[in-house]
Design a protein around this ligand. Structure first.
Ligand SMILES: Nc1nc2c(ncn2[C@@H]2O[C@H](COP(=O)(O)OP(=O)(O)OP(=O)(O)O)[C@@H](O)[C@H]2O)c(=O)[nH]1
Ligand SMILES: [Zn+2]
Length: 207
């Protein structure tokens, strides 16, 4: 899979990140890991690394501080009677696998069939990132995004497809690059009605 760019969000700016205090035990944990990996945490190039790593992990995992459902709390009812599929395609995301804490990099396609209201389209990506910025397995990430939209937006159908590469498979372990994992979750009409399911998959680019 081609490298995916992750869009800048409205989260921490560089200067805000630098203000986050790092508890000494977190810094020590990174030093221990550096030593265990075979390097010297006191050498010049590594002196600030424990703090950087700690802050980077706060950023990778900032989804824990978010309530994903909150992003779906504002809906719009004046949509001129629009009652077809709404799809946000090719949303790039980054996550980390809970087994190795290695990057998961991919893209998600999120669709829903509205009932009487819609949500601001950016909010679908926000829900995705709120769950992706945690330690994950891809199956759970996919299910959580679909379930959140189903439960809080109450649409007639939800379809979520996630395609991603796992660094734990490419950079270590089986070391097999070029492998993409695909997961999906269909709810409501997309689960029950074959025609609707086919239609949404075709819109996503899967014939
Ligand atoms: N189903 C699923 N598996 C994942 C995901 N991310 C990583 N894994 C896998 O989780 C498994 C963990 O297996 P273990 O045998 O406990 O760990 P391991 O010895 O490091 O496994 P290897 O990666 O095969 O070296 C590995 O097969 C990973 O490829 C994910 O999102 N979903
Ligand atoms: Zn892994």
């Amino acid at each position: 899979m081609a490298a995916h760019e992750v869009s800048p969000d409205d989260g921490d700016t560089v200067s805000e990140q630098k203000k986050i205090a790092v508890p000494p035990e977190v810094e020590d944990a990174v030093k221990t890991l550096l030593r265990w990996a075979g390097d010297d945490p006191e050498r010049e190039g590594l002196v600030d690394t424990p703090k950087r790593v700690a802050r980077a992990w706060k950023e990778y995992c900032q989804g824990y501080a978010e309530d994903p459902a909150h992003h779906l709390s504002r809906v719009f009812e004046e949509v001129g009677g629009y009652d077809e599929i709404v799809l946000l395609k090719d949303i790039p995301f980054q996550s980390h696998c809970e087994h190795h804490m290695a990057p998961i990099i991919g893209k998600a396609h999120i669709a829903y069939l509205p009932d009487s209201w819609v949500v601001g389209i950016s909010k679908l990506a926000r829900v995705l990132h709120a769950y992706a910025r945690r330690l994950q397995v891809q199956e759970r990430l996919t299910a959580q995004v679909a379930d959140c939209i189903w439960e809080h937006l109450k649409p007639r159908g939800v379809a979520v497809v996630v395609e991603a590469t796992h660094a734990c498979m490419t950079a270590r372990g089986v070391r097999t690059p070029g492998v993409t994992m695909t997961t999906s979750r269909m709810m409501g009409v997309f689960r029950e009605d074959q025609r609707s399911r086919k239609e949404v998959l075709a819109l996503m680019g899967f014939e």
